[in-house]
Design a protein around this ligand. Structure first.
Ligand code: SF4
Ligand code: SF4
Ligand code: F3S
Length: 266
């Protein structure tokens, strides 16, 4: 309680803003506690009151004052084609802003599948060359928190860990926090007994669907998707895609938009 709050600069590249939408719905911890008591969210062009020159001045001031001590959170990614002209922030390519702010940060959090993997804007043929953050920022630790979007409590959980222990959370080989991405959806799915018993939904609205059978034959990617949806769930633990009757599309996995796509498969 006596420690100064850690400054967080939250940048937005090519993205849809739903990572922020998810973040502001965190219930444990409550997002207002995170923003008002735990971190100092000094720059976030979606959530901040300031705009224009005033906003950019804050960015500059925090970078100067907290050199090496602030966290850079990135939602979205930089497009590299045509000198980055597909994403312009304050009159400059987003790539410039990203590299500048990353140069003095302590660590980078890559929010969501856009920042972690590229996501739908990087789908073949990727006309803007949308590029994941770790391929551009190579001299800082990059913590990937994938998902489209990530679960709110996973986002605030990662921040809470970093503030409480003053270190990065243990990561897997792909740079994802093990505590949330150490298991597959399939490992803890409540429909798993039906999978093991060979009871599958064969078509939408069939008898198996009404009985809540396994969605594997409908293209569910739970067996190859690392995320916390089947344990933490969404909307304060209420549900997750499979519980709503739709298979997992693997939204936290690399290339989910191109590779064996759920929608191609069905
Ligand atoms: Fe939106 Fe998904 Fe990108 Fe997050 S990861 S900004 S939810 S497209
Ligand atoms: Fe696995 Fe998907 Fe079936 Fe759940 S619904 S048991 S995640 S294949
Ligand atoms: Fe995404 Fe699959 Fe979870 S689609 S939200 S990783 S259940």
């Amino acid at each position: 309680e006596t420690k100064p709050r850690t400054p967080v600069l939250w940048l937005h590249g090519l993205e849809c803003t739903c990572c922020t939408e998810s973040f502001i719905r965190s219930a444990h911890p409550l997002v207002q506690d995170v923003v008002l008591s735990m971190i100092s969210l000094d720059y976030d062009d979606t959530l901040m009151a300031a705009a224009g020159h005033q906003a950019e001045a804050i960015l500059e001031e925090i970078r100067e004052r907290y050199r090496g001590n602030y966290i850079l959170a990135v939602e979205g990614n930089p497009p590299l084609a045509q000198d980055g002209m597909s994403c312009i922030i304050a009159g400059r390519p987003f790539l410039d802003q990203l590299e500048e702010v990353a140069a003095d940060c302590k660590a980078v959090i890559a929010w969501g599948s856009c920042a972690s993997w590229g996501c739908v804007q990087a789908a073949r043929p990727n006309p803007t060359r949308a590029t994941p953050v770790h391929e551009v920022i190579r001299d800082k630790p990059v913590i990937k928190v994938p998902g489209c979007p990530p679960i709110a409590e996973v986002m605030t959980g990662v921040i809470t860990y970093m503030l409480a222990f003053d270190r990065l959370p243990p990561l897997d080989r792909q740079g994802r926090p093990l505590m949330f991405y150490g298991q597959r959806i399939h490992d803890k799915c409540y429909r798993r007994p039906h999978f093991d018993a060979g009871q599958f939904v064969e078509s939408w609205d069939d008898e198996g669907a009404r009985k809540g059978y396994c969605l594997y034959k409908m293209g569910c990617k739970g067996p190859t998707t690392y995320n916390a949806c089947s344990t933490v769930r969404w909307n304060d633990g209420v549900s997750f895609p499979i519980q709503s009757g739709h298979g997992c599309i693997g939204c936290s996995e690399r290339d989910f938009w191109d590779k064996d796509s759920f929608y191609d498969h069905v």
